[in-house]
Each structure stands twice: as structure tokens, then as C-alpha cells.
Unconditional design. Structure first.
Length: 320
């Protein structure tokens, strides 16, 4: 009997989905790909395979989970299995360079960015950018890893050649234009089945780590599980009736890259220009914000997986 297979490397980020799958009484199986084997001479089981491998797996001592997931996805796709967020989605998940090139290909504006490998070349990249303020970030990251704001080349030099330097797992550091918003927030656009579900406003006044997952620990900087500052308001807020013309381009981008589930983050500058800077294909949702809005991403995702499973079963029945 066909079922839903969830490909992942983080139990805490997956349990919210499995609760919804169980609520809908859907058959599922978890494939945790920290390590393992895949027999390329065999055929995969029948079912719907949902990939939610994360770019930040290495921060949980799962360094090669994305590489193993890529092998598994290649095997599944070779045999024509239904894969949600397949190999192309994974490639964009683990490389912001690939993200930006794909976004630009669809006519979506991203911040000016220079890719660099090697400490001397990080400095060179900042000099090439020639902006008064800029940020560093890792090409393969997650949860804001490696994001630092600098206002001078000298400050960058002290960081890069000092003890605090955070070496990227793939060796690639990005130097990026700093987009200063008139108000300290970004907007994250959630898509399920390639369709826009909702937008969430995220307060950035305390830093760059914008992880919406409830499973973030309370020690994490700016994690949504911290007690909210009532005077400031909630860190995550779903926007009622949100619309922006970029949504059509986002949906086009998702179709072009065979991505079904994603959170796309953007920031608007003082001139009203929108810059898209991150695509997360392992998207999570904040339960407090969803409870206030009455909109539940994991439930929508479980229903989407149910619809794909029903389509597969109908196809199998007709073929039989």
C-alpha cells in the first residue's frame, strides 16, 4: 500500500508534521538520512516522497545528510516516484548562490552579492562591493548562520583574521549588500503545492536569526520560543490580507525549479524596493503566530500530501 515518506534529518522539526499526518489518519514513514545505505540496484517503494532536508544539518552533527539525501532523491527520480521538493529543490536549499541565480533568472531582485573562497578573497570581495555597510553570510547555512553586519573593511578584516571567524561548511562566504529597511522587519512568504498560503512579518530588531521553528531552543538568539516582549509585540505575525505583485514571480520561480513547498524571505528598503534574499525549502511555521491568525501551515501541508497520495492511488487503480 502506498504511503507518505518524509525525508529529513531533524526529528524535532518533523514532529509537527507527523502529528498532522496522524490527525488526518494518513499512512507515513520517516526516513532519517543522517547516515545509511541505498541499494541503487533495487526499486523504491511506491508512495509520495516529501524531502525536507535542511541546509543547517551540519550544525546538528549531520554533516553529510544533504549529500546522502541527494543520492536517495536521484534513485527515487530515476524510478519515476512522486517526489515533493526533489533534487533541484535540494540543490537550491544548500546553496544561496544557486538560489540567487535561479531567482534572477525569473526576474526577481536579490541584493548585490559577491561569492568568495579564502580569507584574503573575502576582504577582496568587500572591496569590490564598495558599500559603506555590508553583511557576510554562508553559502550553505540556515538559522542565520554566518550572518554578520559590518560598517567598514577594517572591521571585516579583524573578524576574518580573528578568533571569532565562522568558517562556512562548504568554504564559500558571501559578501552582500546590506538592505536597510525603514522599519526592522522582513516578510516571509509561505507556499504549499506551489500556491501562496500566507505571509509572516518577522521582527529583526534583535538580530538576523529568523528561524520560525518551535523546536529552536530558548538559548538560541531571537528564537520564537522566548517569552515575548509584550510592549514590542510578537516576533512573528501573520499578515491578514497580504498581497504583493512579487507573489506571481515567486510562483513562477517555484514552478521553474520544481519546488512545491517553500518559505521565501524578502526585505523592503526605504525607497520601497523589494529584495529577496533567502529561499527555504525546509520551511517551518511558528505555532503562536498561527494560533493568533487561525492559519496552520503544517495542517495545510499534510492535506497537500494527502491529495498527492490520493492522486497516486487513483492512478495506480486505473493502471491496474
Amino acid at each position: 500500500m502506498s504511503k507518505i515518506y518524509v525525508i529529513h534529518e531533524n526529528d524535532e522539526w518533523t514532529e509537527h508534521l507527523t502529528k498532522r499526518l496522524e490527525e488526518l489518519e494518513l499512512p507515513y514513514e520517516l526516513w532519517h538520512l543522517k547516515e545509511g545505505t541505498v541499494d541503487l540496484n533495487s526499486e523504491p517503494p511506491e508512495g509520495v516522497f516529501y524531502n525536507r532536508m535542511s541546509a543547517s544539518s551540519h550544525t546538528r552533527d549531520h554533516r553529510y545528510a544533504p549529500e546522502f539525501a541527494e543520492a536517495v532523491l536521484a534513485w527515487l527520480e530515476r524510478h519515476g516516484r512522486k517526489v515533493i521538493n526533489g533534487s533541484r529543490a535540494l540543490r537550491l536549499e544548500v546553496s544561496k548562490v544557486n538560489q540567487y541565480m535561479a531567482l534572477n533568472q525569473t526576474g526577481i531582485t536579490t541584493p548585490k552579492t559577491i561569492s568568495s573562497v579564502g580569507k584574503d578573497h573575502i576582504i577582496e570581495a568587500a572591496e569590490m562591493l564598495n558599500d559603506h555597510s555590508f553583511i557576510t553570510k554562508h553559502n550553505r547555512a540556515g538559522k542565520g548562520q554566518g550572518v554578520q553586519l559590518f560598517h567598514s573593511i577594517e572591521a571585516l578584516r579583524e573578524y576574518v583574521y580573528g578568533d571569532r571567524f565562522d568558517e562556512p561548511v562548504d568554504g564559500v562566504t558571501l559578501i552582500q549588500q546590506y538592505i536597510e529597511a525603514p522599519e526592522p522587519y522582513i516578510v516571509r512568504h509561505e507556499f504549499i503545492g506551489g500556491r501562496f498560503v500566507y505571509a509572516v512579518k518577522v521582527d529583526t530588531s534583535e538580530g538576523f536569526e529568523l528561524c520560525p521553528a518551535d523546536a529552536c531552543t530558548i538559548e538560541d538568539l531571537n528564537c520564537p520560543t522566548e517569552q515575548p516582549d509584550i510592549a514590542k509585540g510578537a516576533k512573528f505575525q501573520i499578515l491578514d490580507g497580504y498581497y504583493h505583485p512579487v507573489l506571481k514571480k515567486y510562483e513562477e520561480f517555484l514552478r521553474a525549479n520544481d519546488i512545491q513547498v517553500a518559505g521565501i524571505e524578502a526585505i523592503q528598503d526605504k525607497n520601497g524596493d523589494l529584495f529577496t534574499y533567502d529561499v527555504n525549502t525546509n520551511t517551518n511555521y511558528n505555532s503562536e503566530a498561527e494560533a493568533v491568525a487561525g492559519n496552520y501551515g503544517m495542517l495545510e501541508l499534510a492535506r497537500y500530501l494527502e491529495s498527492e497520495l490520493n492522486k497516486l492511488r487513483e492512478k495506480q487503480t486505473n493502471a491496474g
